[in-house]
Design a protein. Structure first.
Length: 198
């Protein structure tokens, strides 16, 4: 992976542990020679991940919708900065640029971006690795929900293998670099077999 898109929260009202994790994620990405692609924000974990990458000498490409292109929200110290017309075009642009995707802790916006990119992998729109940085066990409830959905037959077993989770940036990147697509993804479309059978 030469370019990774990172989704994360923009709230400033969070524990320092999350800000530190975002900064470390940015540093680790840059140290591995990977370009960081993100939503061009300056606040919360968005600002921290960009600052971490820049401090480590990395490249940071920001893509922001014009509604958020304001002095209060936008990070103007980036290597590359793009403004899109809408949120939809912003997400599509980041997806096109990226060779992998990571979700750090975040709120509704981060959840929406994460689930969309997993769904796109599920239906074959892309074949890029996806990771969750599980800082402080943040994604534990979401992972439990995904398991519950699989247990109830709403998610095929192979779809749970479309993403990896780890507590540290280095471990997560290693898992993503070793990512292999699971067999049987086409069963979701072809309706070949029960979702709970391998």
């Amino acid at each position: 992976m030469k370019r990774i898109c990172i989704y994360c929260g923009s709230s400033d009202k969070i524990s320092q542990v999350y800000l530190d994790a975002a900064y470390q994620m940015g540093q680790t990405v840059a140290q591995q020679g990977i370009i960081l692609i993100y939503g061009a924000g300056s606040t919360g974990m968005m600002g921290a991940v960009a600052d971490g990458a820049l401090a480590a000498g990395g490249e940071v490409w920001g893509v922001i919708p014009k509604m958020f292109d304001t002095p209060q929200l936008a990070h103007k110290g980036l290597t590359r900065y793009e403004v899109t017309d809408t949120m939809h075009t912003r997400k599509a642009r980041m997806a096109d640029l990226a060779e992998g995707f990571i979700a750090l802790p975040g709120g509704f916006g981060t959840f929406e971006e994460l689930f969309e990119i997993i769904t796109w992998a599920q239906i074959g729109v892309h074949r890029k690795p996806i990771g969750l940085l599980n800082t402080n066990g943040y994604y534990g409830p979401l992972l439990a929900l995904a398991q519950h959905a699989a247990d109830e037959g709403f998610i095929y077993r192979e779809h749970q293998q479309l993403f990896a989770a780890a507590a540290t940036p280095a471990t997560l990147l290693e898992k993503m670099n070793n990512h292999r697509l699971p067999n049987g993804l086409e069963r979701w479309v072809e309706r070949d077999g029960d979702p709970n059978n391998s």
